[in-house]
Design a protein around this ligand. Structure first.
Ligand SMILES: Cc1cc2nc3c(=O)[nH]c(=O)nc-3n(C[C@H](O)[C@H](O)[C@H](O)COP(=O)(O)OP(=O)(O)OC[C@H]3O[C@@H](n4cnc5c(N)ncnc54)[C@H](O)[C@@H]3O)c2cc1C
Length: 611
């Protein structure tokens, strides 16, 4: 198998040359592993991705998940993928051995997920979500709950979801209306409400589906402080712990969506017949805080999904550009000359370079964040763990929002490389663009990510997370000082860092002056330029390692040179515009804040044509 949806050499570079993943094996938790076992697992995951997930990518979209008013039927290929995943134990490689995991570093789990998502993101969602539900129960479940649910979820016996959204509540979770009333015997809560947009919400992959559900216990405090988390299985457990009596979790329908069509995104009616039992997971009224453990990892994972797909699109565009013959080089247009492959045209190389820069720049940040996750959980000192947690907090919106936005841009460019062929359904690229759009929407829209970054994450603890990040960038600047081949890149990253500090200082002044609306008015723009600094930093890290390899002498001149030159391309083509965008914030741009409703023009029309 020579055609790949990802570049394994680049993955090896990030895991070992940048992040030194094998050093994690010195930690007790990972002591059974080694570079050899990591590579073996990645080889197997790669094979499964290419031979089991990928062949069903387009057929799952064409067939789609179907609902007949009662049951959901999945595209045929999904059952094969599920069975293979069960055999391979892919449901949560980072979980503890005694929960059915393999105690791999989260960095490994994230990389495995990258390979599967590149091949078939709809399919991998079923697997990742079963693992996600298990993770919540692992963190907050009682010993009995762990006993009841973990093995089934981790072994693929049962599916899992996460149920936050409702028909009228998406971004503002404090307003959810699903209720929970304690039963007289105290054994469970009666759940009543409607959850909408639930990925993997109903299917027949296993005997049961475990829904972690956010609901409000009657009489509790208003807003987010009154939210609790419940385990709501589709079927209640019988005396043997198997799926038993129906738990009044009724599928009302599944969405007809732009993309991810192999995925049933369900509306679930909970307790239509007053017979839906929920079991408190964790503590009363702490449900949102608890669910955020999963949401935060899911946000980083959304970046993984997005960039994995951009990687697949890039590899398709690359192959096509090397084979498609069209036109002559601009320096010699003689019609008697043979036409050239389109990769010879600078504009096509420009499009390919952007894709490479986004994919490899963001993969590097996603890897760094996965390592932070590992250090937060297994770092040696309390100080190390806390610092990693802070860094992770401030970088999560970058992974989620910049990752998803730039993956869409990257796939758009891949389509452009193919010309008219890219616009057809013969190739997978159109589907990738459709599938990909949701990554900017779910797990908190990218607009909400900007508000979260500026409103909470950079200001928490007097800005200590922001300062920690600046220190990390500072360390890279020190490390790269004196590496001649990257001096120009280093200088530009240093200037960009100064600029983002200046913007933050300016915004802090607005915030302290009580100008809250103006402080957040440009939060999406802030998130973008903040992300551009972060990815430029990641590229400087990569370029420095690569330049040192070149300086020391290497057989892989093309690979390492490509790293330095892609870093230079990203920085040269991004940071001048970043400075201009920063100026917009420094100038207190308030157009969107002050523009009145009436000035938009027209009345607007309903979202359905002709309605
Ligand atoms: C395919 C798919 C799968 C999904 N899977 C799940 C799932 O498994 N579980 C689950 O619980 N949910 C899921 N969701 C729901 C998803 O998380 C929500 O759609 C998302 O959080 C946005 O909520 P909304 O759709 O209600 O949009 P709204 O909240 O109505 O937002 C509409 C627009 O307004 C903006 N906006 C809203 N509030 C503010 C504000 N305060 N300030 C500034 N801008 C604001 C938003 O950024 C957005 O651009 C899924 C959605 C989709 C499409």
């Amino acid at each position: 198998m020579s055609d790949k949806l990802f570049d394994r050499r680049d993955i090896q570079f990030v895991l070992y040359e940048m992040l030194n993943m094998e050093s994690l094996c010195e930690r007790e938790r990972f002591s059974d592993h080694s570079r050899e076992t990591f590579d073996l697992v990645l080889d197997t995951a790669e094979q499964v991705a290419m031979e089991v997930f990928w062949p069903h990518y387009q057929s799952m979209d064409a067939e789609g998940a179907k609902f007949d008013g009662k049951d959901v039927t999945l595209p045929k290929g999904m059952h094969e993928i599920w069975e293979t995943s069960k055999k391979g134990g892919w449901f949560g490689p980072a979980m503890d051995y005694d929960c059915g995991g393999q105690q791999m570093p989260y960095l490994m789990q994230s990389t495995i997920s990258y390979l599967f998502n590149a091949a078939n993101t709809s399919a991998y969602m079923f697997i990742g979500q079963a693992g996600g539900a298990a993770y919540l129960i692992y963190l907050f479940g009682t010993p009995e709950q762990k006993e009841q649910y973990l093995e089934k979820l981790m072994g693929g016996g049962w599916g899992g979801t996460m149920c936050l959204s409702e028909p009228d509540v998406g971004s503002s979770l404090g307003d959810i209306t699903t209720t929970a009333i304690p039963s007289a015997d105290g054994g469970h809560y009666k759940i009543k409400g409607v959850k909408r947009w639930i990925s993997s919400g109903d299917h027949d992959l296993g005997d049961n589906i475990v829904h972690p559900v956010l609901a409000k216990i009657e009489g509790g405090p208003p807003g987010t402080k009154g939210i609790s988390l419940f385990i709501v299985p589709k079927y209640r457990l019988d005396e043997n712990g198997e799926a038993g009596e129906f738990n009044d979790v009724l599928t009302a329908g599944i969405e007809h969506k732009l993309g991810l069509r192999g995925q049933p995104t369900a509306t679930l009616n909970l307790g239509d017949n007053d017979d839906c039992h929920g079991y408190l997971l964790g503590n009363e009224n702490e449900g949102l805080r608890e669910m955020l453990h999963l949401v935060n990892s899911a946000r980083i994972h959304t970046g993984v999904q997005a960039i994995a797909q951009a990687s697949a699109a890039y590899q398709i565009a690359l192959k096509y550009s090397r084979e498609r013959i069209q036109g002559r080089e601009v320096t010699n247009m003689d019609p008697d000359l043979e036409a050239v492959t389109i990769i010879r045209h600078a504009d096509v190389r420009r499009m390919l370079l952007w894709q490479k820069a986004y994919v490899e720049g963001l993969f590097s940040l996603l890897g760094y964040c996965a390592l932070l996750w590992d250090t937060t959980n297994t770092g040696e000192t309390e100080e190390e763990r806390e610092r990693s947690d802070e860094l992770l907090g401030v970088l999560t919106p970058v992974c989620k929002a910049y990752g998803s936005d730039k993956s869409t841009e990257s796939i758009r460019l891949a389509i452009q490389c193919l010309g008219g062929a890219g616009y057809t359904e013969d190739f997978a690229l159109g589907q990738m663009l459709r599938d990909n759009k949701v990554f900017s929407i779910y797990e908190g829209t990218n607009g909400i990510q900007g508000l979260d970054l500026l409103g909470r994450r950079v200001v928490r603890n007097n800005g200590s997370a922001f300062r920690a990040l600046m220190e990390e960038i500072g360390k890279t600047l020190v490390d790269s000082d004196g590496v001649e081949g990257v001096a120009d890149i280093r200088e530009k990253v240093a200037e960009a860092q100064d600029k983002i500090v200046a913007v933050m200082t300016h915004l802090a002044g607005l915030g302290m002056g009580g100008e809250v609306a103006l402080y957040t008015a440009n939060s999406s723009l802030f998130l973008r330029i903040f992300s551009e600094v972060c990815i430029s930093w990641q590229w400087l890290v990569q370029a420095t390692i690569a330049q040192r390899a070149l300086d020391a002498g290497t057989d892989e001149t093309a690979f390492y040179t490509s790293k330095v030159e892609t870093a230079r391309f990203y920085v040269n083509n991004t940071l001048p515009l970043m400075h201009a965008s920063a100026q917009i914030i420094m100038d207190n741009e308030r157009g969107a804040l002050d523009f009145e409703d009436a000035w938009f023009g027209g009345e607007g029309v309903p979202a359905t044509a002709g309605a």
